[in-house]
Design a protein around this ligand. Structure first.
Ligand code: FES
Ligand code: FES
Length: 212
């Protein structure tokens, strides 16, 4: 009578695997015994390397008119400094690679992708995020135009779209709807609200203040 194991394996399979196993264990034990590492095994005796302590640098960021004294690693992006260190989460992280525009903010009035610049590179400069556009209860004209034209669906891209539009209007190069599409092409909207976004930007161009 055969058990299940006998039916599935060649007659001496268990014996072979036991032999191989014992051979490997014995060889490995011998190598470890003389202070060598068996092939394919991590050296468990390797000394632990200490995790280096991150060096922090003093960075003064002026955001929406308020100066903030931070201590950051030099590798921290402006986007992460805004979101993680200042709690200004209006600025969104979409791709973190300069491809979507969700992180657009204004630095000295010029629109930039905050995921592509380091916080330390922007020390002492005037940074404006979407939180800094409204004056109290009064929306910035671009914000008001976005609401009026229903220029968003999920809203994730919207802070970047609005900051980008404010920068575009200040640049003064967009004369037509096609210009607006071209000059806003770095701001991706996965919901496809582009017709409404263009309409909102065009109206804000006519009626609103262009600078933050
Ligand atoms: Fe910066 Fe996408 S998050 S461009
Ligand atoms: Fe959803 Fe633009 S409104 S991504």
């Amino acid at each position: 009578m055969h058990d299940e194991r006998d039916l599935r394996k060649p007659p001496d399979a268990d014996a072979l695997s036991r032999r191989d196993f014992l051979g490997q264990v014995t060889a490995g034990a011998a190598l470890v015994g003389v202070g060598l590492t068996p092939p394919g095994h991590a050296n468990e005796q390797a000394p632990q390397t200490a995790t280096p302590t991150a060096e922090l640098t003093a960075v003064a960021l002026t955001v929406n008119g308020t100066k903030h004294d931070l201590k950051l690693e030099t590798r921290v992006t402006l986007l992460d400094a805004l979101r993680e260190h200042l709690g200004l989460t209006g600025t969104k992280k979409g791709c973190d690679h300069g491809q979507c525009g969700a992180c657009t903010v204004l630095v000295e009035g010029r629109r930039i992708n905050s995921c592509l610049t380091l916080a330390v590179m922007n020390a002492g400069k005037s940074i404006t995020t979407v939180e800094g556009l409204a004056k109290g209860e009064e929306l910035h004209p671009v914000q008001a135009a976005f609401v009026k034209h229903d220029a968003f669906q999920c809203g994730y891209c919207t802070p970047g779209q609005i900051c980008s539009a404010v920068g575009l209007i200040a640049e003064g190069h967009a004369k037509t709807e096609d210009d607006v599409r071209e000059l806003m092409s770095g701001n991706i909207c996965r919901c496809g609200a582009y017709p409404n976004i263009v309409a909102a930007v065009r109206e804000a161009q006519q009626t609103g203040r262009a600078v933050p």
